[in-house]
Design a binder for this molecule. Structure first.
Ligand code: PPS
Length: 570
């Protein structure tokens, strides 16, 4: 069958052992040194074992690695653009020798595969970044990964697959290359155009993909990446629900959806080649390649890492050898007077074009504003709105900090009651004293324990915030760096508003409600904040309140007004 000619002149390399041998391997592996796979290694291993990375039969050995980095080919001469390597810690590598087998396990300790180590070496990872991605700039996700997060030693060798990693989500949409080839065969799809994506699809995408397939007289495979994409991308759960809605828009029997557990590198032209090889392995005959395919964004000087058409050019150069056809992505625009999408080179000068930039789309989504139907499908917009609610439906944390006796708890209580009266979301108060009695009951007031206490409060608050509730925290939190960490953690999942209760030490000490300042001055309590332990005042708190000047009621009211201004309440 012409359309299903095997890639690289060879067969699909599935690396799974037959069942009996897999059972024996599991037994043997009990005595092997065991490596816990990182999320990225698990994605790579999954696609190695299921044949998506054919003709690779394991993690690259040193010679293949050098050849791939410098010349985009394996030592056999076969094109392979991205080094697939197993990076391990120095400690782990110190106990390993070439010729030995190791166990590769997932985060829960399940044996996924064993590796017959043939090579063990310390690569020059900066050189790898330069050769493969053309940069060592930290803004490039793959270069930053190599320079700051990868492990220093690489192990190469053949893989013996024991069991595929378990994924509990969208099982019916996850296919191995042989499953997908089988489906194409069964459906009689001799030509298949693949579309790679890591973003939600809107109407323009539906139009361009369908047009690409029609022009190639082929069927269409939407194959989005659900492994690892660019940091900051929309989570794959939301995206896949969106893709399922978009699938309904294609004529029946023309288009399939299948998820790809790929860990993307954002490697531009080389990554486009890699995507083509993978799609070929999945039985596709064409791949749509857009402007700046798998682009990593801009470098620290604001310049793009790759030219917008570099990926298309590289793939065009190698498409015959790879035996997959590159289909350039057409820029589709909505022509209002014709009420349809057209490629921009087919637009006439009298046509009225409507556009909505990505930035404007995200702003409207964020602020709950109208998104026109010509731009996207209502069901898709609805999914995205659910995942990214406007600010007044997002969770947030109000984080009080200030000296003991500054009035944090009183104002925090008043604020809690007012927010409960408003009733928009559930409210939890994590007061310093109360936390110390429960969550942190075993902790002292040493620097380490205070940090741990604040980290615990931050963790609970971030969970509440993520789940769209309101967390009010009121510890002393005397150290700026710990507060910064908490701000970062919570800011990534919702709102964070810091309230500095700036009531002076003199006032706090004169109040001395619990008599603790007197004890601290007398040396009975050691390491008391403001007396013989530092309080680092915040420099960029959203709100500053001095309870010597404001009643708790007014203070809480001021915070409410700020929350309203910031858009968290209405
Ligand atoms: S911290 O630094 O954020 O972990 O402190 P926190 O958990 O908010 O606990 C502060 C309350 O503990 C009482 N207390 C002390 N505070 C400061 N320093 C020392 N050494 C200390 N020992 C006990 C004090 O009553 C604080 O209560 P508040 O509500 O802040 O007045």
């Amino acid at each position: 069958m012409g359309a299903f000619k095997e890639p690289h002149g060879g067969e699909l390399k599935e690396l799974y052992l037959p069942e009996r041998q897999a059972d024996e391997e599991k037994e043997k592996a009990r005595d092997y040194p065991s490596w816990d796979l990182t999320p990225r290694q698990l994605c790579d291993l999954d696609l190695l074992m299921n044949g998506a990375f054919s003709p690779l039969e394991g993690f690259l050995g040193r010679e293949d690695y050098d050849a791939v980095c410098s010349g985009m080919r394996l030592t056999s001469g076969v094109l392979w653009p991205i080094p697939i390597t197993l990076d391990v810690s120095q400690d782990f590598a110190d106990g390993i020798e070439a010729g030995q087998a190791i166990a590769l396990r997932d985060a829960e300790g399940v044996l996924i595969a064993t590796l017959e180590v043939s090579d063990l070496w310390t690569p020059d990872r900066a050189e790898e970044a330069r050769q493969v991605y053309g940069t060592t700039d930290d803004n490039h996700p793959a270069a930053a990964f190599l320079l700051h997060h990868s492990n220093p030693v690489y192990l190469g060798g053949r893989i013996r697959g024991v069991e595929p990693p378990t994924y509990y989500d969208f099982k019916l949409l996850r296919d191995t290359p042989s499953e997908l080839r089988g489906r194409f065969r069964k459906l009689g799809w001799r030509k298949v155009v693949a579309f790679q994506t890591r973003n939600p699809l809107h109407r323009a995408h539906q139009e361009l993909t369908f047009r690409a397939a029609r022009e190639a007289e082929a069927n269409l495979l939407i194959q989005p990446v659900v492994g690892m994409t660019k940091p900051g991308d929309i989570d794959h759960f939301t995206r896949v629900r969106c893709y399922e809605h978009v699938l309904e828009q294609y004529p029946e029997q023309t288009t399939a959806l299948s998820l790809l557990n790929l860990a993307m590198r954002m490697g531009g032209p080389r990554e486009a080649m890699w995507h083509a090889i993978i799609r070929k392995n999945y039985g596709c005959t064409h791949l749509i390649v857009g402007r700046d395919h798998a682009g990593p964004g801009v470098d620290s000087d604001g310049n793009p890492f790759y030219g917008p058409y570099d990926a298309q050019e590289l793939l065009r150069e190698h498409q015959d050898e790879l035996d997959i056809t590159m289909v350039p992505f057409k820029n589709m625009v909505y022509v209002e007077n014709k009420a349809e999408y057209l490629p921009d080179d087919e637009v006439e000068s009298s046509d009225k074009i409507l556009t909505l930039s990505g930035t404007e789309f995200r702003r409207r989504l964020r602020e709950g504003l109208d998104i026109p139907e010509w731009f996207s499908y209502p069901k898709v917009v609805n999914e995205l709105r659910k995942a990214h609610p406007p600010k007044h439906e997002q969770g947030f944390t109000v984080f009080f900090t200030g000296l003991s006796g500054s009035g944090k708890s009183t104002v925090a209580n008043a604020l809690m009651v007012k927010l409960m009266e408003d009733g928009s979301r559930p409210v939890t108060l994590l007061d310093g004293d109360v936390v110390r009695k429960n969550l942190s009951s075993e902790l002292t007031f040493s620097k380490e324990h205070r940090d741990l206490n604040i980290q615990r409060i931050g963790y609970v608050a971030s969970e509440i915030t993520k789940n769209r509730g309101i967390a009010i925290c009121a510890p002393i939190a005397p150290y700026a760096s710990t507060r910064r960490q908490v701000r970062e953690t919570i800011g990534a999942v919702g709102g964070f508003v810091e309230v500095f209760v700036s009531t002076s030490l003199e006032v706090c000490e004169s109040r001395d409600r619990k008599g603790l300042y007197a004890k601290a001055r007398a040396g009975i309590i050691k390491g008391f904040t403001g007396i013989d332990d530092p309080y680092e005042a915040p420099e960029n708190a959203e709100i500053v309140i001095d309870t010597a000047e404001l009643t708790p009621d007014l203070a809480a009211h001021r915070i409410l007004i700020t929350l309203e201004k910031l858009g968290y309440i209405r």
